[in-house]
Ligand binder design. Structure first.
Ligand SMILES: NC(=O)C1=CN([C@@H]2O[C@H](COP(=O)(O)OP(=O)(O)OC[C@H]3O[C@@H](n4cnc5c(N)ncnc54)[C@H](O)[C@@H]3O)[C@@H](O)[C@H]2O)C=CC1
Ligand SMILES: CC(=O)C(=O)O
Length: 318
């Protein structure tokens, strides 16, 4: 008889805007057999579990419950979206102290359960908290992944698709660096179809200017501020980004995605988590892809890394 297929379990810690949107996005993708919800607000997780369970007849069989840290023991993936979010005017780095404290407790509780899977982190500042999770958990770096600039890259591609009036799936480019104010667009490697963006613009949008593109990037970089001013939080797009990452991991897709991962000499950087393109599969981070950056992009990436290191100093002494 063939061996029974292992049950896939995802645990979501923090079921606020981001966590509950992710849970909803995940059950719509039929990627997991079991989903456990954990939050300080237990009543809310119970309500969310009831609500999501009532949707299961419209999707595929998935067991969903409001759980405990002990449920992490058998989890394949623990996704952390718990902690404070930005208030209008606050930067992501302003959240560092509050959320680093919360993370020490959460990661210790997960590891005490005997967890031996992959962590996926979204809480801000995501680069710093992914590093914190790696340190606090003692897991190999491959198994601690931050959502990094996956959302910024999606915003970048979306806005370029609108600008050129094209299917966003034909827009290829990356935002790298901090998921925050020092992130950078990699124009030198941005392609529309297989054409470099500059050449595409010359041929098909001659009225377009570099100023248009620079303004677009500012909108990408500041998108969270614009949304938070209007509705207090951003959650749908990151939830879909986390679901995309979950798929790459659980389905062993070997997908190149811009995630936050530990630098060990790549791009000349060491001992920090930062957003770069990397291959993501069932083992977690398979490898960082070192794309060619021009001088200006290299300097911007270095600056972003320096800002992250400064922000980490009081907590990790790096
Ligand atoms: N990486 C990214 O691209 C994005 C990250 N975020 C970040 O995600 C985080 C969550 O944002 P929202 O969902 O909007 O916040 P929220 O306030 O709606 O939800 C946070 C949840 O965490 C829970 N929580 C707090 N401390 C906890 C603990 N010790 N254990 C378990 N649960 C705990 C709260 O009870 C709450 O339900 C924020 O840090 C936000 O900045 C948000 C959007 C995009
Ligand atoms: C809140 C946040 O990090 C974002 O929407 O980019």
């Amino acid at each position: 008889m063939a061996a029974a297929k292992k049950t896939l379990r995802v645990v979501v810690i923090g079921t606020g805007h981001v966590g509950s949107s992710y849970a909803f996005s995940l059950i719509n993708q039929n990627l997991t057999d079991e989903m456990v919800l954990i939050d300080l607000n237990k009543e809310k997780t119970e309500g969310d579990a009831m609500d999501l369970n009532h949707g299961v007849p419209f999707g595929a069989p998935t067991k969903i419950w409001a759980g405990e840290y002990a449920d992490c023991a058998d989890a394949d993936l623990v996704v952390i979206t718990a902690g404070a979010n930005q208030q209008p005017g606050e930067t992501r780095l302003d959240l560092i102290e509050k959320n680093a404290k919360i993370f020490k407790n959460i990661v210790t509780s997960v590891m005490d359960s005997g967890f031996d899977g992959i962590f996926l982190i979204a809480t801000n500042p995501v680069d710093v908290l992914s590093y914190a999770t790696w340190k606090y958990s003692g897991l190999p770096m491959e198994r601690v992944i931050g959502s990094g600039t996956i959302l910024d890259t999606a915003r970048f591609r979306f806005m370029l698709g609108e600008y050129f009036d094209l299917d966003v799936r034909n827009v290829h480019g990356y935002i790298m660096g901090e998921h925050g104010d020092t992130e950078l667009p990699v124009w030198s490697q941005t392609r529309i179809g297989s054409e470099h963006i500059g050449r595409y613009m010359e041929k098909y949008k001659p009225e377009g200017t570099q100023q248009d593109l620079d303004d677009m990037f500012i909108n990408v970089r500041d998108a969270a501020y614009h949304i938070i001013e209007r509705k207090g939080a951003t959650h749908y797009a990151i939830a879909m980004g986390l679901a995309r990452l979950t798929k790459a991991i659980l389905r062993n897709e070997h997908s190149i995605l811009t995630v936050s991962t530990l630098m060990k000499g790549e791009y000349g950087l060491d001992d920090l988590y930062i957003g770069v393109p990397a291959v993501v599969s069932r083992q977690g981070i398979e490898k960082v892809i070192e794309i060619d950056l021009n001088k200006e992009e290299e300097e911007k990436l270095n600056h972003s890394a320096q800002v992250l290191k400064e922000a980490m100093k009081p907590i990790f002494n790096v």
